[in-house]
Design a protein around this ligand. Structure first.
Ligand code: PLP
Length: 244
């Protein structure tokens, strides 16, 4: 059952926080629902989950519309007609964003964590509808340096952060990383620590209008190591929804 698996992941997060002396309230859980349908998302919502991550933009948009419609009809009669409980679900784009998909992201998602180029950020800012709050943004950092991987190089991350923080319809929230699987806990901690150090370094440089508050790292296999290194948001798919 999705509700039980969600609870098991929350327990893992709590145990990991206790083990390194952190407050579990400082780690958010993003449920990665890619490839699973709206019913799976609604089951997780029923279990108290609010934030969902999607990799494929068109699939994500279809799901967002289906889930929001279902949640609105469910709560009909509890609220004044026409009002919308925007807080019922929150959607994060965590997959590659090509130029021809920026409008869909800007119009439907609440967050995008996979920004790695200024040109994409500029389009998202221009296309974010004025009736919506600013799009919440994390920069994807290629922390372990794979040449073919997405993500801004660590040495260029600060300059990109400054540029993105200056765009009017975006709010820069932090960094996101997807390192290669590590052989063991110590190795996983070491690679996540590099992202943590970069995050601290950019915040401490005093170049941003306000400090970043989100360090998005850790998945099903390595969330404990990521929390140990300071993750504030783990992105978990398999442990909640099952294998893909
Ligand atoms: C699929 C995915 C996840 C979730 O991975 P699991 O191993 O299933 O927990 C997290 N982040 C990103 C960017 C993903 O693409």
């Amino acid at each position: 059952m999705i509700v039980d698996k969600l609870q098991a992941v929350r327990d893992r997060i709590t145990t990991a926080c206790v083990a390194c002396g952190r407050d579990p309230a400082g780690v958010r859980l993003l449920a990665v629902s890619k490839t699973f349908g709206a019913e799976a998302v609604l089951a997780a919502v029923a279990g108290g989950q609010r934030a969902f991550g999607e990799n494929y933009i068109q699939e994500g948009v279809d799901k967002i519309l289906a889930v929001r419609a279902a949640l609105e009809s469910e709560s009909d009669g509890l609220r004044p007609p026409g009002s919308r409980d925007a807080s019922a679900s929150e959607w994060h784009c965590i997959g590659p964003v090509q130029s021809n998909k920026t409008r869909l992201v800007a119009e439907h998602f609440d967050w995008v964590q996979s920004v790695d180029r200024l040109k994409i950020a500029q389009r998202l800012s221009e296309q974010r509808p004025s009736h919506l709050p600013p799009l919440q943004v994390c920069l994807q950092v290629n922390i372990d340096g794979g040449a073919t991987k997405a993500g801004v190089a660590p040495q260029q991350a600060q300059a990109l952060a400054v540029a993105v923080a200056g765009l009017p319809r975006l709010q820069l929230r932090g960094l996101m990383s997807i390192p290669e699987p590590a052989p063991d806990f110590v190795a996983a901690c070491a690679v996540h620590q590099r992202a943590r150090d970069l995050f601290d370094q950019i915040n401490q440089a005093g170049v941003l209008p306000r400090p970043m508050d989100t360090l998005s790292m850790g998945m099903t296999a390595d969330l404990e190591a990521a929390i140990h290194a300071g993750s504030t948001m783990v992105r978990v798919g398999t442990a909640i929804f099952g294998g893909r």
